[in-house]
Design a protein around this ligand. Structure first.
Ligand SMILES: [Zn+2]
Length: 416
């Protein structure tokens, strides 16, 4: 099975960010087989599905390293809330009401929202897992959507705190080429340290990463130092936020080889502290971007890129920001075969329409144009592992009307 994306402006992120005009991308069996000029002539194209990319920017799919997909039915409900009010209203209040069908509806609509906006990989931090049915609902929805996901299995934040070992072990069988698993721990900032140790040891025993929100809190003033002292610093940990951590803590993260997901829109709106991206870069931390919660911010990586470009002042070039939103995100999740168009990688690819008025005049600098001006409405075609999930501006991997109806039903139930 071969596919040719013909004649686009191809933006790649590895080994460095580069834009190549009039370039083809050849895909074989779901993987990038070649990138170059005029790869296949008309006479050889008989057994190849050719997609005309001449009026498209072709780039690797975005990697959202932190999102709570389950909350999709509550979009916009906490825009004016700070972190404390969000905890109370969304996590404790609404979170306690979530049935398996609400998780299913939220995860499917949320994953489709990602794909629609060119996000081909998402780290889904699912801290709503109170039964096997909730987990199956979330995982089935991710599978059905067509997205690539790292599913973080986590308990509701106020139910005691430990990740359920039996539930985690049970879902390990769900891992596939598009789905990997992580322990979504509540972590040292919020729960006693014996629970932290148990969660980390569970992840170690299964060979999966830990994903965890981190901050300096009354529970733990220097949480990274506490993890280090307990022998629990791991390179395959993804810390989320950490805006109020001192530089000494960020340095420890850098030395451990772990990564951080900054979610600049939500961090700013919820008042978590000063912008993080520049400080992470200065400390040498592997930095990635997430959208976090649609209760508070938009669900696409364009918004996250705009924010980090603006709040990073002069720290980041446009190329840096694009790389953080793609390749560095993949690295943060421990995925070595996505995030760029390198030969052999999974063909997770996004095509943006350059004929749209908001991208007009920008082809001379495709990278700067993508990072500053593009939005989800420009996303024409999306591939995940070579499979088309959006084409001609329409999602094709799942029934959008059915997903919308299920989400509307869920919103009506949850907000009644
Ligand atoms: Zn979060």
């Amino acid at each position: 099975m071969r596919m040719l994306l013909r004649g686009g402006v191809v933006v790649d992120t590895e080994p460095e960010v580069v834009a190549r005009p009039e370039t083809d991308v050849l895909i074989e069996d779901g993987r990038i087989a070649a990138v170059g000029a005029a790869l296949i002539g008309d006479s050889e194209a008989a057994d190849v599905e050719v997609i005309d990319a001449r009026e498209r920017i072709v780039l690797p799919g975005f990697v959202d390293t932190h999102r709570h997909l389950w909350q999709s039915a509550l979009r916009g409900i906490a825009v004016d809330a700070d972190l404390g009010v969000y905890f109370e209203r969304v996590l404790t209040g609404f979170g306690a009401r979530f049935r398996p069908e609400d998780v299913a509806a939220g995860n499917l609509a949320g994953a489709l929202d990602c794909l629609n906006a060119g996000t081909t990989t998402v780290q889904d931090f699912s801290h709503v897992q109170s039964s096997d049915e909730h987990a199956d609902a979330a995982l089935d929805a991710l599978q059905d959507s067509g997205i690539r996901a790292v599913f973080g299995y986590g308990p509701p934040p106020l139910g005691g705190g430990a990740v359920d070992p039996a539930g985690m072990r049970r879902i390990m069988a769900r891992a596939s080429d598009r789905l990997s698993l992580a322990v979504a721990a509540i972590g040292p900032s919020f729960v006693p340290f014996d629970i932290v140790r148990a969660d980390w040891e569970l992840a170690d025993s299964l060979g999966v990463p830990v994903v965890v929100h981190i901050s300096s809190s009354a529970q733990a003033v220097d949480p990274i130092t506490r993890l280090r002292d307990a022998g629990l610093l791991r390179s395959n940990t993804l810390y989320v936020h950490g805006n109020n951590l001192p530089d000494s803590e960020l340095k420890l993260i850098a030395e451990s080889g772990a990564a951080v997901s900054a979610t600049p829109v939500v961090e700013a709106r919820m008042g978590m502290g000063q912008p993080l991206a520049g400080r992470l870069r200065a400390a040498g931390v592997n930095l990635s971007l997430g959208t976090d919660v649609v209760t508070t911010g938009g669900g696409d990586m364009f918004g996250a890129m705009h924010e980090v470009l603006a709040l990073g002042y002069r720290t980041f070039s446009a190329a840096d920001v694009l790389r953080i939103a793609t390749l560095e995100g993949a690295r943060a999740l421990g995925l070595t075969n996505v995030g760029s168009l390198a030969v052999g990688n999974q063909a997770d690819v996004v095509l943006l329409r350059t004929t749209d008025i908001n991208l007009a005049g920008g082809l001379h600098d495709a990278v700067g144009t993508v990072v500053t001006s593009a939005h989800a409405g420009n996303v024409d075609t999306v591939l995940v592992g070579g499979r088309i999930v959006k084409r001609g501006g329409e999602l094709v991997s799942a029934s959008v009307p059915a997903a919308l109806q299920a989400l509307a039903d869920s919103t009506a139930y949850l907000t009644a």
